[in-house]
Design a protein around this ligand. Structure first.
Ligand code: GAR
Length: 217
């Protein structure tokens, strides 16, 4: 990051916010962020992609875009606390302004949250607080709700319990299965995540109780 002294003229464009994106899967949300980040007006740029497993499509998408990648697998560490600290160290290498969980399927512990808490954003394929956890789409279908969707939120120490930034709805059709419903959710989730990551990068984020507030005070 460079810093302008007060005496020098303001730069033509604000330096982009540095995004580190964490992934575990197919990477469609990552791809949407990468499609947005080349526009300087977007205000944010993906500087690294970190996964908790190798051989996933999301890592291929990052490499094809020329983004540095790293894999930090739980199985390579003695316990979850050691893994958590290693992910924090790896993320810190890239000096992020904001960390985006784009289909990242692990929970963080005290070390990671202590270091980056308040600037981690997650996306979840259900209308929280309904259907948190690893199977938000499946659980909504099984329950029989007629409307579901996605939620972009700030990460706290709970499972999908953090302050909500934005939500979008998707109607469940009678012949939906988990795959068809998840595809329609992803179609609204990707632009929602891109929009709110950009808003935070351009305007800042603060949390007051249950409320996530975007924009400078
Ligand atoms: C997304 O739908 C995201 O909401 C979900 O994983 C999918 C990843 O898709 N995350 C969770 O379920 C977290 N609890 P992608 O790899 O194609 O972006």
């Amino acid at each position: 990051m460079t810093h302008e002294t007060p005496q020098r003229p303001a730069p033509a464009t604000r330096e982009s916010g540095r995004l580190v994106v964490l992934v575990s899967g197919t990477g469609s949300n990552l791809a949407a962020l990468l499609a947005a980040h080349d526009d300087p007006a977007y205000g944010a740029r993906v500087v690294a992609v970190i996964a908790d497993r190798g051989n996933i499509r999301a890592l291929d998408i990052a490499r094809e875009a020329g983004i540095p990648t790293a894999v930090v697998s739980v199985k390579d560490f003695d316990d979850r606390a050691a893994w958590d600290a290693a992910v924090a160290e790896t993320v810190a290498v890239f000096s992020p302004d904001l960390i985006v969980l784009a289909g990242f399927m692990k929970l963080f512990g005290a070390t990671f949250l202590g270091r980056f808490g308040g600037r981690i954003v997650n996306t979840h394929p259900a209308l929280l607080p309904s259907f948190p956890g690893a199977h938000g789409v499946r659980d909504a279908l099984a329950y029989g709700v007629k409307v579901t969707g996605c939620t972009v939120m700030v990460v706290d120490e709970g499972i999908d319990t953090g302050p909500i930034l934005a939500q979008a709805t998707v109607a469940i059709e009678p012949d939906d299965d988990e795959a068809t419903l998840h595809e329609r959710i992803k179609a609204v989730e990707q632009p929602l995540l891109v929009e709110w990551v950009g808003r935070i990068a351009r305007g800042g984020l603060r949390v007051e109780g249950r409320h996530a507030i975007v924009g400078r005070a």
